[in-house]
Design a binder for this molecule. Structure first.
Ligand code: R5P
Length: 311
């Protein structure tokens, strides 16, 4: 087995390699003067089971291209099996046509990864489970929930917890976390815009009064969904609101929005490398998913069960 990394998240790739007690494959993934990507693998990978670690986070298109070119280089170097390990799968939110004459970009990206020569895909908290079906190659979708649940239990002993989904679409994910937290009760933030042009009203389904609310979602991007929901929960009498989000996309002024929000804390994983602003925020804390991914990689390589990681 070999672990190779693109440039999108080298700290995570190194931590995964560390978990597996092996070095990263000696390769250079660099740019020509005109910004074209060039990949060169400096060691033999013929007949090897190779895992390429690359989140397709910002700059999404560059990182995606690096991933595709790494896979192509490995295929042409006769690797036996290539697994694209994409902890954060960019374009995942474009998983359906929102209107006429629009693309399904998540499917296009799945096609590109497959056509480049990947034999398998490993990702974490895909925005929608059905994205697995966009690939006609085996795709494992890991859940960060066990890592989050362990952290929540370690930090919130004795408190009356309430798991909250920040929108109706996230209820399945929230219910799964609640189950891991000794069947904690569940609340839902229901955003409604009664008429076009009117501002959104946040209705809370569930009684959050006096509760330490744990909000869970897959992505925080602009931070709008989360910060508005946190305010609505505090207005409804919650004791505190902490958010656990797998992928800290945090674009634009998101970190400043989180810093100034009603959130007590935002906990994200290291699926996307933290920016300077994220690292310096007193409200944002990082949880590592390197052991989770490392263990899944080990199991895929050993042909043993990955799903039992979540039993
Ligand atoms: C949406 O379905 C996702 O689960 C997230 O809630 C969304 O992407 C968050 O985006 P933002 O932080 O920009 O509100």
């Amino acid at each position: 087995m070999k672990i190779m990394a693109g440039n999108s998240n080298l700290p995570l790739a190194r931590a995964i390699a560390g978990y597996l007690e092996m070095p990263l494959t000696d390769a250079s993934v660099r740019r020509f003067a005109d910004e074209e990507v060039f990949v060169e693998i400096h060691e033999n990978v013929r007949g090897e089971d190779v895992f390429v670690i690359q989140s397709t986070s910002y700059p999404t298109n560059d990182n995606l291209m690096e991933l595709l070119i790494c896979i192509d280089a490995l295929r042409r170097a006769s690797a036996k099996r290539i697994t694209a390990v994409v902890p954060y799968f960019g374009y995942a939110r474009q998983d359906r046509k929102p209107g006429p004459r629009t693309p399904i970009s998540a499917k296009l990206v799945a096609n590109l990864i497959t056509q480049a020569g990947a034999d398998r895909v490993l990702s974490v908290d895909l925005h929608a489970g059905q994205i697995q079906g966009f690939f006609d190659i085996p795709t494992d979708n890991l859940y960060a929930a066990p890592v989050m649940a362990a952290d929540i239990q370690a930090r919130n002993g004795g408190q009356e917890l309430m798991v909250v989904s920040p929108d109706v679409g996230g209820v399945v994910r929230a219910r799964a976390l609640a189950k891991r937290l000794d069947n904690a009760p569940l609340a839902i933030v229901d955003k409604r815009r009664d008429k076009p042009g009117q501002s959104e009203v946040m209705n809370i389904i569930g009684d959050v009064k006096g509760r330490a609310c744990i909000m869970i979602d897959d992505i925080i991007d602009s931070g709008g969904t989360l910060c508005n929901a946190a305010q609505a929960l505090m207005d409804a009498g919650a004791a505190s609101v902490t958010a656990y989000i797998t992928h800290g996309v945090l674009s634009g002024g998101a970190v400043a929005r989180v810093n100034g929000s009603a959130l007590k804390e935002l906990v994200i994983t290291d699926s996307i490398v933290a920016t300077e602003a994220t690292a310096q925020s007193d409200k944002i804390r990082l949880l590592t998913i390197a052991p989770l991914i490392g263990e899944a990689v080990r199991r895929i390589s050993d042909e043993s069960s990955v799903s039992s990681l979540f039993d």
